[in-house]
Design a protein around this ligand. Structure first.
Ligand code: FAD
Length: 846
């Protein structure tokens, strides 16, 4: 063998062996022993120059040092810890509490650069209990039937009394309340399924039901309330005699909710004729859902104790209390009108309202713990209500638009046959599949005891954004039919409602820019939180040991991610281990690849930018996008398995994962392109994209299969919209569109015959109804076939119909009253101190 080949083999042994050990995350000690054996072998068998042998031996010596733990701690770790402490960005208590909220789940695996798929795959598929299924098929179906969007939003600007009564009687507000208090005690999956179904029918109803089952007094009481408070409020909340709301947002403090100026002063005051220690509250809140009809107000405020009546602390910070709305001084009852959707939402205020100390949720010892309570609850609630509402909207849009695109014809063909329309239909179906998967898989994890803080932010942001995209596409495919408001329009109002979900529970720009990656980077990273804790440890020695352990683990992790990212990119991840050998195998491998690349990029971003990364929102948003894409793609793969790996759904899975992983690639590319340190960016690009950006978006062929799936009656179309309200009945567009779609198959050959007859001159008319008559006369079609065609066209015409109004019907205020209203509008809106309006009282009583 020539000397050159032998040298190359040695080089391969050292470089390949190093990459292999790093790729497999072999521990330091084993790696050092392996390196020692290789260097010894080179001294004995290698025929290279002595200089190389000495260089390799020195490198081996460097590798030995970290194994000498005491030397390492004193000589390396201690100075680094000192530097680290100086570099640490300042962190407020509220930030720390937000960071530590919830649990780390699959997001942690994706952050690890080496996801252990068994962890995800071992989770059982979420399932409804018999009781939950019966609720969905019974009261939920019945409620959907009762809902008439035009009546609710245009005519009444409220749910009709019969609907309020039904919601309360059937305990829709009590899904999360345990049975011992009279609630339904549903799983997260059941809660999400009910909201999805309601949202497929009516946004007012789904929002009204969603709030009490999400971040509100019931949830706060269940987790933090005293026994006395639970026994006092929960039975009433379950029975619907109490209507809850929770007020955090104020005019000055929206996204920066911790900056509220609403305050409570601990003081002495009169209560039921006695002098007690209580709180004097002053607040001004807005945008509060259910506030106009609430009987119990959850209130967030800052608590101060200037006279030290309850302890040594003066400034306790954000505190949460429950205030009955009939307490003297509570002002409420006026309404906002959020984008024409009629759910109850409005302001509330109060000045110097005196309440007892035990109105604080959890009692006086929970003073100042309000923020922690809210962020903890957000880690679960944010994954359910808004994402499942978006998913419900998506299911309805897919079902309706798929059918509409078939029955609506232009240029003598269904518009679904035009590729441009098909592109929109594909996005509608694919995005709906992603939302369905994300909601079901994450709710399933919550039911297994997880409190997935980062995934819940991912779901909140991405499902509501996908919901908005679906609404846009559905509007475009429907054209003018979706623009003309009226009882026949089933899309205009859901489309208008999309910005509501974007804004609430953490507005989306902030969620993407600050929360997803900001929280993920510290919470899910296998070492960063440990390093932070160690650096902040008051016990110097314990801090040093813990920091040393985390630091060297971190270094090994970074080296491993370099090796994994490079090797997986070079080989298109073809050899990486995945849990299943199925047609989706390559997608698991692609996620493995991006997980390593993401972990590598993330580490260098934190290392070079440190606390500055928090301000570089565009960079952290892009890293958050990569994490989100991987998370959503994982849920798609898991959902596909949970649903029994149905081959007919494969086009949806392929389109969804390809779209998401293509976005991951593009986000990483944009991150590197804008990374401020160009040397590091170039180095990272070598490890992340050694062959360039090779991942492609879904092909037109896959997209065409998705169009077929959503425009043809069949199991995939049904599964995609499984929770939507599709019952065939007058007034339900989804049922009626499906009926027409199913008739289409019967009608198409008859129409073909008529077209042929028209070409041959057997019939003359261009107008379809006349063609049917002529066709029957000319015996091109039989009498029965003519009936079928007429029936079909009647149904189609009714579905294509839009509303028109007399000018008087449209005007809400007589013309001559308009100037007076304009004049009134110029006055600043003054919040009248109001008692609960009579109508609301009636509602409550019923
Ligand atoms: C229909 C509806 C119902 C609601 N229900 C309730 C309720 O029941 N109880 C309650 O307490 N509140 C409720 N809210 C309030 C809601 O939570 C707030 O609207 C939300 O927190 C955003 O506050 P803001 O509207 O003042 O927007 P702003 O805080 O003014 O934000 C404006 C924009 O700036 C962005 N932004 C702000 N800070 C940053 C940042 N650091 N980085 C990047 N972008 C940033 C936001 O993302 C947003 O796009 C409701 C709101 C609506 C619209």
């Amino acid at each position: 063998m020539s000397g050159l080949i032998v040298s190359l083999l040695w080089l391969l042994l050292f470089v390949g062996g190093g990459i292999y050990l790093a790729y497999q995350r072999t521990d330091l000690r084993t790696s050092t022993v392996a390196a020692g054996i290789a260097v010894l072998a080179y001294w004995i068998f290698g025929d290279g120059v002595v200089l190389w042998k000495i260089v390799l031996t020195l490198l081996f010596g460097l590798m030995v040092i970290p194994n000498l733990i005491d030397v390492r701690r004193e000589k390396i770790t201690r100075p680094l810890l000192d530097i680290y402490r100086k570099m640490l960005p300042s962190m407020s208590d509220t930030e720390r509490e937000a960071l530590e909220a919830g649990s780390v789940w699959w997001d942690g695996e994706l952050f690890s650069g080496m996801p252990q798929w068994d962890r995800l795959m071992s989770y059982p598929a979420p399932k409804l209990s018999e009781e939950e299924q019966a609720f969905l098929d019974g009261p939920c179906e019945e409620l959907c039937q009762m809902l008439d969007d035009w009546e609710i939003c245009h005519e009444l600007a409220d749910l009709p009394k019969s609907v309020w009564d039904f919601i309360i009687e059937k305990k829709f507000f009590a899904m999360i309340i345990p049975k011992q208090y009279g609630g339904l005690e549903f799983s997260a999956y059941a809660n999400a399924s009910v909201i999805t179904k309601l949202a497929s029918r009516n946004a007012t109803a789904s929002s009204t039901v969603g709030v009490p089952n999400s971040l509100g007094p019931a949830e706060l009481l269940l987790h933090y309330g005293t026994e006395e408070q639970k026994n006092h409020y929960l039975p009433g909340l379950a029975a619907g005699t109490e209507i809850p709301c929770f007020a955090l947002t104020s005019p000055q403090a929206g996204s920066d909710a911790a900056a509220i100026i609403d305050k409570g002063i601990v003081c002495k005051g009169k209560w039921n004729g006695k002098t007690i220690t209580g709180i004097r509250l002053t607040w001004d809140k807005r945008y509060i859902t259910l506030a106009p009809v609430a009987t119990v107000l959850g209130l967030a405020f800052k608590l101060y104790d200037p006279d030290h009546l309850i302890g040594d602390t003066e400034d306790y910070g954000i505190t949460a209390a429950l205030i009955p709305t009939d307490t003297p001084g509570v002002e409420f009852g006026r309404r906002h009108f959020p984008l024409n959707i009629a759910f109850q939402n409005g302001p509330t205020s109060g000045t110097d309202v005196f309440v007892p100390l035990d109105y604080i949720i959890g009692g006086p010892e929970m003073a100042g713990k309000g923020w922690k309570m809210l962020v903890e609850l957000l880690s679960v609630g944010r994954a359910i209500t808004l994402p499942s509402s978006a998913s419900g909207g998506g299911q309805a849009a897919s079902y309706a638009t798929g059918a509409y695109a078939v029955i609506r014809k232009q240029f003598n063909t269904s518009i679904a046959n035009f590729e441009g329309v098909g592109e929109a239909l594909t996005r509608i179906a694919g995005h709906t599949y992603i939302m369905n998967a994300a909601v079901a898989v994450t709710a399933g994890a919550i039911d297994q005891g997880e409190k997935p803080a980062v995934p819940s932010a991912i779901l909140k942001y991405h499902c509501t954004e996908l919901g908005r995209k679906v609404a846009n596409d559905a509007m475009d495919v429907h054209g003018g039919k979706a623009v003309m408001m009226g009882p026949n329009n089933y899309l205009g109002r859901p489309y208008m409602a999309t910005p509501i979900a974007i804004t609430v529970e953490g507005a989306n720009i902030l969620t993407r820019s600050l929360i997803i990656y900001g929280q993920g980077a510290i919470r899910c990273h296998p070492f960063v939180l440990r390093e932070l804790h160690a650096a902040g440890d008051d016990d110097e020695d314990r801090g040093l040991i813990e920091f040393d352990d985390a630091l060297f683990g971190h270094i090994g992790y970074a080296i491993s991610n370099m090796a994994r990212s490079f090797f997986l990119a070079l080989t298109h991840a073809k050899f990486s281990e995945v849990p299943l050998n199925t047609p989706t195998r390559r997608y698991y491998q692609n996620i493995n690849r991006y997980s390593a690349a993401f972990a590598l990029a993330s580490d260098f971003a934190m290392l070079t930018l440190g606390g500055e990364l928090k301000k570089r929102e565009l960079l952290s948003a892009r890293l958050g996008d990569v994490l989100s894409s991987m998370y959503l793609a994982s849920t798609v793969l898991k959902h596909f398995e949970n649903q029994g790996r149905r081959a007919t759904d494969l086009p949806l899975v392929e389109w969804s994962v390809r779209t998401l992983m293509y976005q991951a690639q593009e986000s990483l590319h944009a991150f590197l392109r804008n990374f401020p340190n160009r040397w590091i960016a170039t180095m990272l690009r070598v490890f992340i994209f050694p062959r360039g950006r090779t991942y492609s978006a879904p092909s037109d062929e896959i997209a065409a299969k998705v169009v077929d799936l959503v425009t043809m009656p069949g199991e995939s179309r049904e599964r995609l919209s499984a929770l939507a309200y599709t019952t065939l009945e007058p007034g339900n567009p989804l049922g009626l569109l499906q009926e027409a779609l199913e008739l289409t198959a019967e009608v198409v050959p008859l129409e073909k015959r008529l077209r042929q007859a028209r070409k041959e001159g057997l019939i003359q008319s261009d107008y379809v109804v006349s063609q049917i008559e002529e066709g029957e006369k000319a015996q091109v079609i039989s009498k029965a076939e003519s009936r079928t065609l007429r029936n079909y066209h009647e149904k189609v015409l009714a579905l294509l119909d839009v509303d028109d109004f007399s000018p008087d019907e449209l005007a809400r205020v007589p013309r001559d009253a308009a100037p007076a209203r304009k004049k009134a509008a110029k006055q600043p809106a003054k919040r009248a101190a109001k008692k609960k309006p009579a109508a609301s009282k009636k509602k409550k009583a019923s």
